[in-house]
Design a protein around this ligand. Structure first.
Ligand code: NAP
Length: 296
């Protein structure tokens, strides 16, 4: 039987409608518009397209965006000076520095320089710590999008066996931490796998929810999936070009064979990807609300 597709684009539209409404409400009650500053160093094509999409979404949702494109050779000092200005700019509620940064810039120094109250990517150690102790302020966007997809596709998380393939700081580790918390939308039993995991398929075949963030096309095939499982494919791999000359994207899961076994599955594209930007917008809205003391 073919798996049900979790339509990330449709869910993103719902979330956008909610954010647009809340942003309008904030503007009506406090006279402020949530503002996101994006900083892009260099012209990496994937980064340019991500930042463009983030700025466009801000506008669509009635939020302000302030884009700061910098040349690839920008010094770390100059970048830190810009972040300092953005930290003090009243119109800016969230700051996003697009990663990766050029080699000559120390990424952790840059992330550390962002005011934790404006860290809408959730990568500042203060916000990572808050997430760890179950008091998240700005949950990182891709993991937050995954959790939202699970919730809005009516997947039972409480008590579920979750297996996460991948242990990066931006996807694997934070989603595992989020789903293991003693909280609504969590309370799962979580296993994290990586390249040193022995017999990966023994773990993945136990998973009622399988989250794959390996960055390898076809890292998971149908035979590694428990029948009826919910499969969230985070991977974005560029494999050649389509007939129209666009980059052809595939996930980390072999979609055809996975569909034969899984109960529900996210496609690539159109699954986790659109939700990541929606969660950035939600964090920016939250930052603006916190600024005016609105904790709803
Ligand atoms: P990453 O930093 O490269 O981490 C990949 C992780 O997967 C590592 O922990 C690695 O293990 C593990 N891994 C790789 N191959 C494996 C295998 N065959 N079996 C078991 N574990 C394996 O990648 P990332 O930043 O987390 O991103 C993962 C994927 O998600 C990428 O395709 C990325 O493009 C995509 N992504 C998508 C979004 C979105 O918005 N849709 C956002 C972020 C990332 P080791 O630690 O042992 O090396």
């Amino acid at each position: 039987m073919a798996a049900q597709i979790i339509d990330g684009r449709a869910i993103t539209r719902q979330v956008h409608d909610e954010i647009r409404e809340e942003a309008a409400d904030l503007a009506a009650r406090y006279g402020i518009r949530p503002g996101l500053a994006t900083v892009l160093v260099g012209e990496n094509p994937a980064s340019v397209s991500y930042v463009t999409a983030k700025n466009r979404t801000c506008k669509e949702l009635g939020m302000e965006s302030f884009h700061h494109p910098l040349p690839a050779e920008t010094s770390q000092e100059k970048l830190l000076t810009l972040i300092d200005q953005l930290n003090r700019d009243e119109r800016v509620h969230g700051i996003l520095v697009q990663l990766p940064l050029p080699q000559h810039i120390d990424e952790s120094q840059v992330l550390l320089s962002i005011d934790p109250d404006k860290d809408v990517d959730g990568f500042h150690p203060v916000n990572v710590g808050r997430l760890m102790i179950g008091e998240p302020r700005f949950p990182p966007c891709t993991p937050a999008g995954i959790q939202e997809l699970l919730l809005r596709s009516n997947t039972t998380i409480r008590g579920a066996e979750v297996v996460v393939v991948g242990r990066s700081n931006i996807v694997g580790k934070p989603i595992a931490i989020m789903l293991v918390q003693k909280a609504d939308g969590a309370d799962a039993t979580v296993t994290i796998c990586h390249t040193r995991t022995r017999h990966l398929e023994d773990h993945t075949r136990r998973a009622e929810i399988l989250i794959v963030a390996a960055g390898r096309p076809a890292a998971i095939s149908g035979s590694m999936i428990r029948p009826g499982a919910t499969v969230i494919d985070v991977g974005v791999n560029r494999v050649g070009t389509t007939d129209s000359g666009k980059a052809k994207l595939v996930g980390d899961v072999d979609f055809a064979s996975a569909c034969e076994v899984a109960g529900k599955i996210t496609p690539v594209p159109g699954g986790v990807g659109p939700m990541t930007i929606a969660m950035l917008m939600r964090n920016t809205l939250r930052a603006a609300k916190l600024k005016v003391g609105d904790r709803r």
